[in-house]
Write a protein that binds this ligand. Structure first.
Ligand SMILES: C[S@@+](CC[C@H](N)C(=O)[O-])C[C@H]1O[C@@H](n2cnc3c(N)ncnc32)[C@H](O)[C@@H]1O
Length: 388
């Protein structure tokens, strides 16, 4: 008898969860995804797995060990409409609960943005938990940062694991690593968002800030990278979408079938990448679903004040406890941003983008990056003008 676990991937996107699970020895048995470019990627990358189109049309789920899904976060994410969990897109998560009521897997895995812990003074999260507890699930969640998987991308996400029969704490909290020392990060590449002002979240040393999926209608843009040691004109660049794929732990070229479905519209391929779950996060989770570890109850404490949920907690039957763990379950070997970027295919940040960004930099309060970065941006703009 085959003892490999099987998983159903809802809102599968380009299959970040599924690829990570596969590396952990878990097979996908059914995928569900509605956006044609994402479906094109899934069809090519998971050719033998049945693909359903719309969760609203799914009547029931086949028997499986794991049901997993990063439900659409537009309504939940800070940059989105903040309409709350009842919003049209995120309301789709209610279809997950409808399907679970018909057949319970051993494990449920949900993924979303950390802002969900604060949204509506905590009531978005309360809604999810009430649904789970009404079906007698014990739940555990944790905010994790993709950097622990070794990719140079700062990306925090909430991972929720729930089960009626097994202990999710032994999956979610079994691993904890200490943060690398500050000198672990190199000083040859800094990521930033040139589409924004320069706030804390749009800046990272030896990493890019969170790759974004963008809004449902908007086109996503790549982050900027400052390479202080490069030659003039090549110090402010944007990575190629293949670098974006690598920043999410995918093999380069993974989303190319989506671009073909889109008629090569670059921004949309960035959207596919930005929406995805970092494959290493799913691989860690999958490894623990296959082989749960030990849970240390001395890490727990009281939950107080519910306007913001803590970064890690668990609960069952109306009780909840906070858990003191970091956002790094492990620390895998780190790929430095300067090493990950393919120097042949990065593009200089355009004059238009760089001058608009410089304008915002000069007007706004510069909190990070410092004078040297401002100067580098100015020099980049001037260089492009001198060669135009
Ligand atoms: C946050 S993304 C999930 C990304 C995925 N975990 C990955 O690694 O690529 C949410 C996905 O839900 C899909 N979606 C939206 N409405 C849907 C529906 N009614 N049925 C199925 N999928 C839907 C979106 O197209 C999007 O790809």
């Amino acid at each position: 008898m085959d003892s490999r676990l099987t998983a159903i991937g809802l809102f599968a996107g380009v299959g970040g969860i599924e690829l990570g699970f596969k590396r952990a020895g878990i097979d996908s048995s059914l995928l569900c995804e509605s956006w044609p470019p994402a479906k094109a990627v899934l069809t090519e990358r998971f050719p033998n797995v049945e693909l359903a189109s719309d969760i609203r049309q799914l009547r029931s789920l086949p028997k499986t060990d794991i049901v997993a899904g990063g439900f659409p976060c537009q309504d939940l994410s800070q940059s989105g409409r903040t309409a709350g969990i009842g919003g049209e897109q995120s309301g789709l998560v209610t279809h997950v609960f409808r399907l679970l009521r018909r057949r319970h897997p051993t494990w449920l895995v949900l993924e979303n943005v950390p802002f969900m812990l604060r949204l509506d003074k905590g009531s978005a999260m309360r809604f999810l938990i009430d649904e789970l507890e009404s079906m007698k699930y014990r739940w555990a969640y944790r905010v994790v940062d993709s950097r622990f998987t070794g990719v140079p991308q700062r990306r925090q996400r909430v991972i929720i694991v729930a089960s009626r029969s097994d202990d999710p704490r032994a999956v979610v909290f079994a691993d904890d690593a200490t943060a690398p020392a500050d000198d672990a990060w190199r000083e040859d590449a800094y990521g930033f968002y040139w589409t924004e002002g320069l706030r804390g979240l749009g800046w990272a040393q030896d990493a890019v800030p969170t790759l974004k999926g963008g809004s449902s209608i908007g086109i996503s843009s790549p982050p900027g990278v400052w390479l202080p040691k490069e030659r003039p004109g090549h110090r402010l660049v944007t990575p190629a979408v293949e670098d974006g794929e690598a920043l999410q732990g995918f093999p380069r070229g993974w989303t190319a079938p989506g671009a073909r479905a889109l008629g090569f519209r670059k921004g949309f391929r960035w959207k596919l990448v930005g929406n995805a779950v970092t494959t290493g996060v799913a691989e860690w989770l999958g490894t623990r679903l296959v082989s749960p570890g030990q849970y240390d109850p001395s890490l727990e404490g009281e939950l107080s004040g519910m306007s913001r949920w803590p970064d890690a907690a668990w609960g069952e039957r109306g009780t909840a406890r906070r858990v003191e763990v970091s956002d790094r379950p492990r620390q895998d070997a780190y790929t430095h941003l300067g090493d990950l970027l393919d120097s042949e295919s990065v593009s200089p940040l355009s004059h238009r983008a760089a001058s608009g960004f410089l304008h915002r930099l000069l007007r706004g309060r510069l909190r990070v990056g410092g004078e040297e970065f401002r100067l580098a941006t100015k020099e980049h703009v001037e260089y492009l003008e001198s060669v135009a």
